[in-house]
Design a protein around this ligand. Structure first.
Ligand code: C2G
Length: 129
């Protein structure tokens, strides 16, 4: 079984997230998603609309997602890759190069982001209504 992992905040889930999850899942047979905790979001300088439990529950309902774990630190990826026997770490390409250090433990793939959609854009557009 080829196991994939990806990480993110996944706030107000949209087709940009779904496109990433679908492509990541299709690179293997099993997709683990590390969802950023509210505390880790603060470290990333992000304020999610939905709390961690909500974002986790939404992702668990996505057909491309096989398992959801908590993301609480940048450096947990190495342990996750080992403990979950991960073959490929997948991230959107605005992270290009940032996770190459994990190539020591698994393949690292950066996928093109979906242009024109983002959680911050959704929030901005709603404010204009
Ligand atoms: N994404 C995408 N296209 C978009 C928006 C997001 O492909 N239009 C991808 C991102 O590249 C990322 C995933 O969807 O791979 C989740 O996006 P975010 O929730 O914004 O996650 P991010 O803040 O990039 O957190 O340790 C890694 C971090 O937790 C990643």
């Amino acid at each position: 079984m080829k196991k994939i992992i990806t990480y993110g905040t996944f706030d107000i889930l949209h087709t940009g997230h779904i496109n990433l999850l679908r492509r990541a899942r299709n690179l293997g047979d099993y997709l683990v998603v590390g969802v950023s905790s509210d505390e880790f979001n603060a470290e990333k300088g992000k304020q999610a609309y939905y709390a961690y439990e909500q974002r986790k529950a939404v992702l668990e309902a996505v057909k491309y997602v096989d398992e959801v774990i908590e993301e609480y630190a940048w450096e947990q990826k190495e342990n996750d890759i080992k403990s979950h026997n991960i073959d490929i770490l997948v991230m959107g390409d605005h992270w290009e190069g940032k996770f190459d250090s994990f190539k020591e433990f698994c393949e690292v793939v950066y996928l093109p982001r979906t242009v024109g959609i983002s959680t911050s854009k959704i929030k901005e557009d709603l404010l204009k209504k």
